[in-house]
Design a protein around this ligand. Structure first.
Ligand code: 2DT
Ligand code: MG
Length: 198
């Protein structure tokens, strides 16, 4: 079971209505194009692929909003922050971080971002890389750097090199606080109305 799924199960066990979402959603028509690109079956222009990832979130916007308004807590495994960080990490002239953020402007913003931080060297030692595009140490290093530029005060960094139990305790704690804060009723924010930069 993924960490995100475990978090959903934990929240449900506490009586919090929660759902797991993940991006890219590889099961829509756009998602299948993304899947084919990530698995290396097809090549595509970097800007065009970036816009597909964003469109894959936009096509889910109505459903996300409906779930949120029905009181669901959405645990989202990757979202627009991954979108911006991964494309910016490619260092394609013109596709800087601001360009990469732009297409997601106006999507619902997360109340809390939980960033599981691990040094790319340590991740490589865990043998975690598969055969997909981007699963390379150099790329992951640059992605981590881009993520650090995106961090705002919705961010919580958890050291993923700890034991799974310790990671889970911290993730649960952050989620509990976020759910409690939302129940006090702050309005839904939109990307990229960041609060403050870290
Ligand atoms: P996983 O399915 O294993 O998470 O890998 N990505 C993801 C992007 O480049 N842009 C995006 O908008 C998103 C959501 C991160 C998916 C890979 O796709 C990358 C890893
Ligand atoms: Mg993957």
């Amino acid at each position: 079971m993924s960490k995100s799924q475990r978090l959903v199960e934990y929240l449900k066990s506490k009586g919090v209505a929660a759902e797991l979402w993940r991006f890219p959603d590889r099961f829509t028509a756009i998602g299948r194009m993304i899947d084919s690109y990530l698995s290396g079956k097809t090549d595509a222009d970097d800007a065009a692929v970036h816009l597909l990832f964003s469109a894959n979130r936009w096509e889910k916007r109505e459903a996300m909003l409906a779930a949120l308004h029905a009181g669901q807590t959405l645990v989202v495994d990757r979202y627009a922050y991954s979108g911006a960080a991964f494309t910016a990490a490619k260092k394609v002239p013109g596709l800087d971080l601001e360009w990469c953020k732009a297409p997601d402007k106006g999507l619902p913003a997360p109340d809390a971002v939980i960033y599981l931080a691990m040094k790319p060297e340590a991740a490589a030692l865990r043998g975690g890389y598969g055969n997909e595009r981007y699963e390379k140490e150099e790329m992951q290093k640059e992605v981590a750097r881009q993520f650090s530029l995106l961090a705002d005060d919705t961010w919580h960094t958890v050291d993923a090199a700890q034991s799974i139990e310790d990671v889970e305790i911290q993730v649960r704690d952050i989620a509990d606080s976020a759910v409690a804060a939302c129940s006090e009723g702050p309005a839904l924010r939109l990307l990229w109305e960041a609060k403050n930069k870290l």
